[in-house]
Write a protein of this length. Structure first.
Length: 227
């Protein structure tokens, strides 16, 4: 977060344009100061996330014309830069706590780690090992840098909370159905969504409890930031 602003998705139908355009905007915590950063009528931009130092915002966009790739932009709207050139649509991503790496998951069913400061053509992203329990989707990198949190897409259609250890290169699959987990500062607890509710999970004990219910019948897909 920088200067009290959070990145948000600004959709045509919700604000200026109408139709289906999705652009990145900034808004203050109190809802004032709305500032649009991107304007690409033909190419939607989604899932903005601040870099850890607050100097840029990463997001995925279709503006390259070949699926959804990762881009960054500065908070003043300058310096837009394409980070990836992938064959498959990127669905989720997470900054490492020091900003030196980004983990992303793609529609092909794999998750990769790469260096956002190096040109794409000069590096070979690290492919995370597969697991026979499902397809891992990364959503959040722990503040201590040791874990990626995400969910497994199971063949049954269910989603199970899972963690990937950076050190051991192994998965810890928790017996909890849910999606889009986000680490808290202690690198032990996570928030995740489950059937229209937000739940708090302890990584070590596996215990979890409800902390918020929005009374929704449809699936909730939150994008929250834990400070």
């Amino acid at each position: 977060m920088a200067d009290g602003f959070y990145p948000q998705i600004l959709r045509k139908t919700h604000f200026f344009y109408g139709g289906g355009q999705a652009d990145i905007a900034l808004v203050r915590n109190d809802g004032t100061g709305l500032t649009q950063l991107t304007n690409a009528p033909q190419h939607a931009s989604f899932l903005p996330r601040w870099s850890p130092d607050g100097s840029k915002i990463a997001f995925y966009s279709q503006r390259s014309g070949s699926g959804s790739d990762l881009w960054t932009i500065r908070p003043d709207g300058s310096g837009i830069n394409q980070l990836t050139e992938t064959r498959y649509r990127i669905t989720h991503f997470a900054w490492s706590p020091d900003g030196s790496r980004i983990a992303y998951s793609s529609a092909e069913g794999h998750t990769y780690i790469f260096d956002p400061e190096s040109p794409w053509e000069e590096q070979s992203p690290e492919k995370l090992p597969s697991t026979n329990q499902g397809r891992f989707v990364a959503n959040s990198w722990s503040p201590d840098g040791q874990w990626l949190a995400g969910h497994l897409n199971l063949d049954s259609g269910a989603r199970r909370i899972a963690l990937f250890s950076i050190a051991s290169q192994e998965y810890q699959v928790l017996p909890v159905d849910g999606r889009t987990p986000v680490w808290l500062r202690d690198s032990r607890r996570l928030l995740f969504s489950q059937a229209g509710k937000i739940r708090l999970l302890d990584r070590e004990s596996g215990n979890h409890r409800e902390v918020l219910s929005l009374g929704l019948t449809q699936k909730l897909i939150p994008q929250f930031k834990c400070n």
